[in-house]
Write a protein that binds this ligand. Structure first.
Ligand code: NOJ
Length: 687
């Protein structure tokens, strides 16, 4: 009778209250059973503004559940929690409450770099300690936090006599949504990392999906399910059940265990961000607030920057990573890129294919990569010295091909060498689905690997830009040298995808999905939009103005001017790339609809300038933009990079009109966006 009784209790708790709004929901339970159930007593914590609540209860025979409400309405109905272990009894039922504590927290902290300078962490907290009612009395603490922009909880397994080393086989956490929301998702068990096009469909139809998972409810609420502070756990995917209930599914080790650790241990936070306006999801910093403060005391060596690099040429196949007549990473090419970066006020430059190991099938031969030995035609010392002389940061490239064992063996020697040469940043790469020992890309083994790398990089004053990364869960707060990462289909797909390139709506979806996590090294700024490896098939499906808009819309503290220097020469639009900052004081999103369009406004952290980026999918649009955010009474000039009257991504992508006009805080601009187009604006004080 255990399961029916539990379900009856969940029904009492409101779990089945909106059956009519979702055809795919389970059949309601017998009224008699529901009536017989005793009302569970929920412990609740509310956000400072009182709108968001997260509650905990032990129902039925000690089954832990939580529930989320906003403005008094269920957002997540009573949903199960806990763990199943390999060698210990599970913590999913037969629990009793041992202790409850409450706390409140209000602190404003400063980001060393980012989308905003100051972030307020204002939340109320409830922590419950529960234990198994019968021996062994395994114990767990669950901490709940309620913020004005969402709620979160995490599990703690304290040190205890009956639980030392442990293996978690399953995390029982569920998210039983109150409505059959529309989800924007990518598959969770696709081996192709995160580099996929997003789809949308009702929650009740979802397979296994990755987080962050963005949801739009029929009543207008916008939600994001994700995790924060993934530092020593398996990454969480969400498994659809054919209902509005999603179940946590941790990416297991090769042997099937999800998490291996020893008490005391803590899980990442399970997060539920909530907003009435979709644009407000982008300015929710809840995930950062749930990460530990910086462990790097002196962050003065960490510099956001724009960079160029020996990169796109390989993707469009005019140069190669491997040695030979078309080898890209030669000393001469590197110097050309350094000269270009220095002449155009970029801060750094990237060189790929400089190190031994690229010849032959580099994806299969990960063990051949050396991270210290250059090809003979690349004089590493001379390039590093030339960069230093020009005041530029050299970004070293370390592709591992998921041969992480090989990488870890060389890590200390490589980073010591880079440090000694004045190299400032490393772009790492993890092309491949599994490590050589069969560990998956998103399991605990790899999470630990990435933590090792970020700590080693911090010791050697190296910033990191990680491609094929683990998803971002906000660890840049703790390790501010963790600058940017890829983790989605980037610009490179426009060079060679074979499916035409990223569709025009792709960059109108990313801000509301992948970019909710954090910075992305998307590599914008392609000006030769049709120069690809498969001309006529693949191409960049945007206008030139949209390439510029991406610098504001897609935040990255390491932002690439991705095209070849020769494609930028005599291009008036390049001025915007030269000027646009990579470090912001303020960010807000006045216009947005997922997959359709977005406008992002940001204020430079180091001047009084404001920047606007707006882009659309394949449809033309005119979006209003009130400049009421400008200082009242102050005169400004808007320098506008707009789609020309006949521009469209298909046959007039280069039609860019650059104009300037006086504006002030009473001005409302009309942003005219062509099909697949965009607009970029710099607003600077006049005079
Ligand atoms: C894929 C990365 O995303 C790309 O930036 C890099 O050039 C290649 N791998 C080679 O490492």
């Amino acid at each position: 009778m255990r399961v029916p009784t539990l379900l009856a209790t969940l029904a009492w708790a409101g779990a089945l209250a909106v059956v009519s709004s979702c055809e795919a929901r389970p059949t309601p339970l017998a009224d008699a059973a529901a009536a017989a159930a005793r009302p569970p007593s929920f412990l609740t914590v509310s956000s400072p503004d009182g709108r968001n609540q997260i509650s905990f209860a032990l129902v039925d025979s000690g089954v832990p559940v939580y529930r989320v409400r906003r403005d008094g309405r269920d957002v997540i109905e009573a949903s199960r929690m806990g763990f199943t272990f390999l060698h210990h009894p599970s913590l999913t039922a037969h629990l009793r409450l041992v202790d409850t504590t409450r706390a409140t927290h209000d602190e404003t902290w400063t980001q060393p770099w980012g989308e905003v300078t100051h972030i307020r962490d204002h939340h109320d907290e409830l922590a419950v300690t529960v234990e198994r009612a019968s021996a062994p009395h395994l114990r767990m603490r669950i901490v709940f936090r309620a913020f004005d922009d969402g709620v979160a909880f995490r599990y703690e397994l304290p040190a205890q006599p009956d639980l030392g080393p442990f293996e978690i086989m399953d995390e029982a956490t569920e998210f039983t949504l109150a409505e059959n929301d529309k989800a924007w998702w990518i598959p969770g068990d696709d081996p192709n990392r995160y580099e996929l096009l997003y789809r949308s469909s009702p929650v009740s139809t979802l397979p296994v999906v990755k987080t962050p998972l963005t949801l739009e409810s029929p009543t207008g609420l916008k939600l994001v399910l994700h995790e924060a502070a993934l530092t020593d756990w398996a990454s969480m995917t969400l498994e659809g059940t054919g209902t509005t209930r999603l179940k946590a599914r941790l990416v297991p080790w090769a042997d099937g265990v999800a998490v291996k650790d020893t008490t005391p241990a803590v899980s990442p936070w399970r997060t539920v961000q909530m907003a009435d306006r979709v644009g407000d999801l982008l300015t929710s910093y809840l995930v950062l607030n749930l990460n530990e403060p910086s462990k790097i005391k002196d962050t003065s060596w960490i510099h956001p920057m724009k960079y160029d690099g020996i990169w796109w040429a390989m993707h469009i196949d005019t140069m190669t990573w491997s040695s030979g007549p078309r080898h890209g990473a030669t000393t001469a090419h590197a110097k050309e890129y350094i000269d270009f970066a220095a002449a155009h006020h970029l801060g750094g430059f990237l060189v790929e294919g400089w190190n031994l190991g690229w010849d032959g099938d580099w994806q299969a031969n990960a063990e051949k990569f050396s991270f210290t030995q250059p090809y003979p035609d690349y004089d590493l010392l001379a390039v590093a010295a030339y960069a230093k002389q020009k005041g530029l940061a050299l970004i070293a490239h370390n592709e591992t091909s998921m041969g992480v064992e090989n990488y870890e063996r060389q890590l200390e020697a490589a980073y010591t060498l880079y440090d000694s040469l004045g190299i400032k940043a490393v772009k790492t790469g993890y092309v491949g689905d599994k490590t050589r020992s069969g560990e998956p890309h998103h399991g605990q083994y790899m999470v630990r690997h990435w933590r090792k790398v970020v700590e080693a990089a911090a010791r050697h004053h190296l910033m990191l830009d990680v491609h094929e990364p683990i998803k971002d869960t906000g660890i840049r707060r703790t390790w501010p040298n963790m600058m940017s990462r890829e983790g989605a289909r980037g610009q490179e797909y426009n060079a060679w995808s074979g499916d035409g390139g990223n569709p025009p709506e792709h960059t109108a979806i990313l801000p509301f999905t992948r970019l909710l996590e954090a910075p992305m090294d998307f590599t914008p700024g392609i000006f030769a939009l049709e120069d690809t490896r498969n001309p006529g098939l693949d191409r960049v499906r945007t206008t030139l103005a949209k390439q510029l808009a991406e610098y504001v819309v897609i935040y990255s503290p390491l932002q690439m001017a991705a095209d070849l220097p020769e494609h930028y020469r005599n291009q008036p639009g390049f001025k915007f790339i030269e000027e646009v900052p990579v470090d912001w004081d303020t960010t807000f999103v006045p216009n947005g609809a997922i997959g359709d369009y977005i406008t992002v406004v940001r204020k430079d952290r180091h001047s009084d300038d404001w920047y606007v980026g707006s882009l659309t999918d394949g449809n033309p649009r005119t979006l209003p933009l009130s400049l009421s955010f400008l200082d009242p009474g102050r005169r400004y000039v808007a320098e506008i990079y707009a789609d020309g009257p006949k521009a469209n991504w298909m046959d007039r992508p280069y039609d860019l009109v650059i104009s300037s006009r006086p504006v002030d805080s009473t001005t409302t601009l009309e942003l005219k966006l062509a099909p697949g187009g965009g607009q970029a604006i710099r607003i600077r004080p006049a005079g």
